[in-house]
Design a protein around this ligand. Structure first.
Ligand SMILES: [Zn+2]
Length: 89
């Protein structure tokens, strides 16, 4: 189980972005400029999630029961809760 949520943070002066597992009420500082990073957005899947894979086409498959997208590293469908068929090789 992933308990930390990943966020995109941006340094205001340089526009440089980093992705870290952050707690939103904690300040994070850019290593190069020393300025406080602003949160740009949260990454999917939102914590807590049984999958560590980002929600992207190359990481998704269709559940053979309910035909919904789910991450490839899961055995059980997060939508219908049923055990999915093994991925074909
Ligand atoms: Zn399903």
């Amino acid at each position: 189980m992933s308990v930390h949520q990943s966020y995109r943070l941006r340094a205001p002066s340089t526009g440089r972005e980093v992705i870290i597992e952050a707690e939103p009420d904690r300040p994070y500082v850019d290593r190069e400029t020393g300025e406080q990073l602003e949160i740009v957005g949260a990454l999917l899947p939102l914590a807590p999630s049984p999958s560590d894979l980002p929600w992207a086409v190359e990481n998704l498959r269709f559940c053979n029961w309910c035909d919904q997208h789910c991450q490839k590293d899961l055995n059980d469908c997060p939508r219908c809760g049923r055990r999915m068929a093994a991925l074909g090789g």
